[in-house]
Design a protein around this ligand. Sequence first.
Ligand code: HDD
Length: 750
Amino acid sequence: SKPAKVVKDAVEAAAEKLTDAPATDVPGAPGSAPPPVEEPTAPHDPLPPKREQGAPQTRTPTGARTGAPTTASGQQGAYLTTANGARLRDTDHSLKAGPRGPVLLQDHHLREKITHFDHERIPERVVHARGAGAHGVFTSYGTAEALTMAGFLRKGRSTDVFVRFSTVLGSRGSADTVRDTRGFATKFYTDEGTFDLVANNIPVFFIQDAIKFPDIIHAGKPHPDREIPQAQSAHDTFWDFVSLHTEAQHHTMWNMSDRGIPRSYRTMEGFGVHTFRLVNEAAETVLVKFHWKPKLGVHSLTWEEAQLLGGVDPDFHRRDLYDAIESGAYPEWELGLQVFPDTPEETFGGIDLLDPTKIVPEELAPVQPVGLLTLNRTPTNFFAETEQVAFHVGHLPPGIDVTNDPLLQGRLFSYVDTQLTRLGGPNFPQIPINRPHAPVNDMLRDGFHQQAVHAGVAPYRPNSLDGGNPFPAGDDARAFVDVPVRVAEAPKVRANPVSFDDHYSQVRLFWLSMSPVEKEHIIRAYTFELGKCYHQAIRERQLRCLANIDPVLCAQVATGLGLPAPEPTVPLADVTPSPALSQVGREWPTDGRTVGIVVDPDGDLDDLDEVRQAVFAAGMVPLLIAPHGGMVADLPVQRTFATARSVEFDALLLAGAPAPAPDALPARDAKAGSADRSAVDPRVLLLVEECWRHAKAIGGWGAGGGVLRQFGATGTPGVVTGGSGAEVFDGVRSLMTAHRVWERFPASVA
Ligand code: HDD
């Protein structure tokens, strides 16, 4: 999607940066160590800002541009100062009554330093605590112009955005690759007010009414007594909840599917879940669902990879997003709309559009692309931007309005309310990352952390003292439109519409839309998660739910648990599968994917540079894996056998058959006299074994091809040997367009 040369240069520069520094410390490593770094001894100019980056303070609290790309905050000058700007002579010793005496209360610098430190942390988000963010731009195609007056959807308009991806259940320090829903929240800084699309990577939700949100989250979060398990749904309280609340079965099956363990934030879809209402200049309305479609396709990890990554690289998704952007492989998504007529029933094809546990299959209502999102800038400061960003489903520009979905209605309250505690008061919209890019002229005053110096004496309406300002805007001034939807005359009740009672038909639709390998993953996920529950009653109750979804699924999970499969208690729904729900069976671009290349410094290295260049030219990142750090054949080594794990590569190439390095543990079968296997470093064999098990493309040439033969991998699907290095890579590259070699993964159901 980008000129190969630009990507290649950027990827190459970033790949150099990824070189494993500690690897050069391997005892006896023959790699050339870099010269010692000179310690700084005198004041010098501050480091330049990161490429293309200004701090976010380019807007005043009222949204006007400051004109300054950065402000003087944090490590900007040569001399250390107090928070009030007085230069300091010493920050390493407290002020004491003599070198051995007590510390003096008058030490204002000590107190300032410690006090500020004591208050550095703020409460983590009550859900979606762990996340990663990026800046970018949204460019509109103009295809929604007829549907909405929203200016940022006019043809050719570009709008700054900030996106925060997240997991839901884990704490701020938990692992990225756990089985969970992912958040996909986008702040569009439109010039008519900020629009927050607070979406997930799953198009349905566990509950139908926001009043149940504390219940589902209490059930999903760690148990209150021991605070375990962290960032998991594989425990009794979660399954107790979802088996008792059958409306949760649809979302739960998405979580048990590959969608629950994405390969990358870059390879996730996003869904606004609820139905929204668009209104155009002529006051005509339509109902819509928002979709994000990743240009790289929707791809996932395997469950074993996800688990390994929890230990090997808990920051896998955060690192992947950052590395991709820094290397110029900018992630892209198309924003799309499913459009429905705004009828009094608010249904489409018999599906209740106000029920957040239902999708509308794309085959019934195609997703129409309306613009392109490109993430092209990593944050300058995690806390200031990613942690302090505050999304709110009620941040809407003119042209987009809400519907009566009871889940959305409750969210409209929760997202402001939660920031009052998390960000310490009502002025969080003035925090730089939250500042609108539209001029602000409100009458909100004072409060904790007020940044604005409001002029004028009459923050009330109407007034005669501030010249009557501010005036309400009318239609001619593009004011926000509350669509005058008719409210049914009905008694006040605590009840759901009857249509909300169908809890199984769409779960069955999802199940039947999966390919055999995806079904296999779902069976294994249910079996794993229920296998981690202690209470038999909960497992049995969940099996009864599965029986109402599909007897084959139920029987397989029951077998895994060693329990009888119950009979359905409701008739199985007669549904038409939706092929769009499957992730398998198409071809995708491979930009920004990672290819590990095992090299033997003592072997034949002739093809190495050519293959490495071919990987760059394909827009991917080659990482050389060698017994030691430093250089091999004048090329930088990025991973050593000690630091490499198969889980960070999308494909593996073997350019040689390195003998066991001195720091290798003996091969598992070395004692059994397998001379061939013990001749290769066992960590290389582990790389091959794991890549093979995880259905990744593998290739080898020369002695590397020999390793694959010894391993018994040649002739199995997705293993390329024979020919030059470039030919082998070519074969591997084309396998990678399908993401995995799923033929290698066993599937027990058709
Ligand atoms: Fe929520 C955060 C997405 C239902 C209450 N939610 C939050 C975030 C995402 C979502 C992506 C993280 C935002 C960020 O990165 O800062 N939430 C959803 C979706 C939902 C949903 C797609 C259903 C369709 N949420 C939901 C309900 C409630 C909340 C029903 C409460 C009644 N959500 C919150 C919250 C959070 C939040 C407590 C925590 C931190 C924050 O808002 O800013 O207000």
